[in-house]
Design a protein around this ligand. Structure first.
Ligand code: ZNH
Length: 141
């Protein structure tokens, strides 16, 4: 459960990266493809898998904007993420283990880009993404 202090940390980080959603998303996605090449198979039509490639930028922006939107719904995450969870669980059929891999990579990406990344910030982001991953994984049956 997110404390009020956690929520403040999350809102603060969201505010900082809002203007850079595409760059952050492309960086995170490129790291996912580099560290876990098997994840590229979900995107067979991509023309490239680096942060400078157009499809990586476009999809990275989409995903990070969804994370930013979720940060505005910390008190009703399950309801807010229900549609997206159903899409991943019933239609896209992404192995939910990949959500865990990706959330760890988002944390690293943020740590490399934010001016400071205190243990308290780290913990708040980690708890938030854990909850997000839990919800995204909730519609596999
Ligand atoms: Zn996902 C899609 C989000 C993870 C795979 N995604 C998507 C979208 C979104 C998202 C928003 C769009 C939808 C619509 O359109 O309706 N994701 C997300 C998030 C996350 C994720 C938030 C976490 C954090 N995904 C993921 C992973 C993977 C994926 C990990 C693998 C690896 N997705 C995917 C796919 C898709 C998506 C395949 C589809 C794409 C296209 O088709 O375009």
């Amino acid at each position: 459960v997110l404390s009020d202090a956690n929520k403040q940390e999350i809102h603060h980080v969201a505010e900082l990266i809002k203007a850079h959603a595409e760059a952050v998303g492309a960086d995170a996605l490129a790291r996912l493809f580099e560290l876990h090449p098997q994840t590229k198979t979900y995107f067979p039509n991509f023309s490239g898998y680096h942060a400078t490639d157009a499809p990586v930028k476009a999809h990275g922006a989409k995903v990070i904007n969804a994370v930013l939107k979720a940060a505005e719904h910390l008190d009703d995450l399950p309801k807010h993420l229900e549609k997206l969870a159903t899409k991943h669980g019933h239609e896209l059929l992404v192995d939910p283990h990949n959500f865990v891999l990706f959330s760890d990579i988002i944390v690293v990406t943020l740590a490399t880009r934010l001016p400071t990344f205190s243990p308290a910030t780290h913990r708040a982001i980690d708890k938030f993404l854990e909850e997000l991953v839990h919800q995204l994984s909730s519609k596999y049956r």
